[in-house]
Design a protein around this ligand. Structure first.
Ligand SMILES: Cc1ncc(C[n+]2csc(CCOP(=O)(O)OP(=O)(O)O)c2C)c(N)n1
Ligand SMILES: [Mg+2]
Length: 327
């Protein structure tokens, strides 16, 4: 499928407005900690919009963005975060454990490194069932210092499993997570295990689209796993415990309005993948300012509807506690 600036920006805006709504709802409903995917939109949208029916996706503590990027219903996702019966898991999973098997999300692990192990199991099943599907592991740079990462990468390589390892690296060299590795170069780890690797600017959806397209062609072609490192810029609010709009509510007009782009959030705005992409697409004539404003209004309207659905959904009935229990 050819890269569409319009569809990609629309999906990125939906992801952003979703997470901003989570901040609002967390304040209104006094929710516990939420890990937001603000700043990861270019990677999420451009990568997950390329997946096909039957592909499997294993995500992390920052799962909201991946779910919306893949096209999961935003109302059911918000309802899940609020613990409501109309949520993706009937309100039992909450922010960290959202699933949507129809779109390939069988289970979500907030354990750092968990998605890597699960994806290799998924890839094993896909290979032996000869479905042609791909298992995608999404994980942060912090996952590479977990033991499970080494075992799982090794097995994926040994058995030539159809797994795309998609690493969201939001640590600058020398910062916390990356520095727990004895190598500064994340791809040195999978490369040592004979996994084909590449790195991409994870803030540029066009570059991500190309890199993920090449990675998926490799994996679908039966050539074994592929490791793609997406280099991201960390959103300053990414560790928040008190939910707030650390860099303000996103104003898309800052993509072209120089006065707005020189406010106190200017440094973040220069790196914000949504403002970057909108700016670049207007500059090359692929979109107009009016297009960007209209796409943003659509995203806001969809998320407002999602909120109405979620808040109107009841809490699960006590009897529901025994449904879906294995033992
Ligand atoms: C096994 C395990 N250890 C510790 C934690 C606590 N924890 C939650 S997020 C996080 C950092 C993860 O870093 P990274 O994977 O790079 O993701 P980022 O938050 O930077 O997006 C940690 C240590 C956890 N969830 N699981
Ligand atoms: Mg990280």
């Amino acid at each position: 499928m050819a890269f569409s600036p319009r569809a990609t920006l629309a999906r990125m805006l939906l992801m952003r407005r979703f997470e901003e709504m989570v901040i609002t709802l967390a304040r209104v409903h006094k929710l516990g900690r939420q890990h937001l995917a603000i700043g990861n939109e270019a990677l999420g949208a451009a990568a997950l919009m390329q997946l096909a029916d039957g592909d499997l996706i294993y995500t992390t503590h920052r799962n909201h963005g991946h779910m919306i990027a893949r096209g999961v219903d935003s109302g059911k996702a918000l309802a899940e975060i609020l613990g409501r019966a109309g949520g993706l898991c009937g309100g039992k999973g909450g922010t960290w454990h959202m699933t949507d098997p129809a779109l390939g999300f069988q289970s979500t692990s907030a354990m750092v490194g968990g998605s890597i192990g699960l994806s290799v199991g998924g890839g094993f099943a896909l290979k032996h069932r000869k479905t042609g599907g791909v298992a995608v592991a999404l994980f942060g740079d912090g996952a590479l210092d977990e033991g499970i990462a080494y075992e799982a990468l090794n097995i994926a390589s040994l058995y030539a499993l159809p797994v795309l390892f998609l690493c969201e690296n939001n640590s600058k060299e020398g910062e916390a997570q990356t520095s727990r590795l004895a190598t500064k170069e994340l791809t040195a780890v999978p490369r040592a295990l004979k996994i084909v690797c590449a790195s991409v600017d994870g803030g540029n959806p066009k570059a991500v689209d190309r890199a993920v397209g090449a990675a998926l062609a490799h994996v679908r072609g039966g050539n074994g796993p592929y490791f793609l490192e997406a280099q991201l810029v960390r959103w300053p609010g990414s560790h928040q415990i008190v939910h707030e709009f650390t860099t303000g509510v996103t104003d898309v007009t800052a993509a072209w309005d120089k006065a707005k782009a020189s406010n106190e959030h200017a440094e973040w705005q220069r790196n914000d993948p949504i403002l970057r992409f909108a700016h670049d697409m207007i500059a090359c004539g692929a979109l107009t300012r009016e297009d960007v404003v209209a796409l943003d209004a659509d995203a806001n309207a969809m998320i407002a509807k999602a909120r109405t659905f979620a808040e109107a959904s009841p809490f699960p009935k006590p009897e529901a506690a025994l449904a879906g229990v294995f033992v």
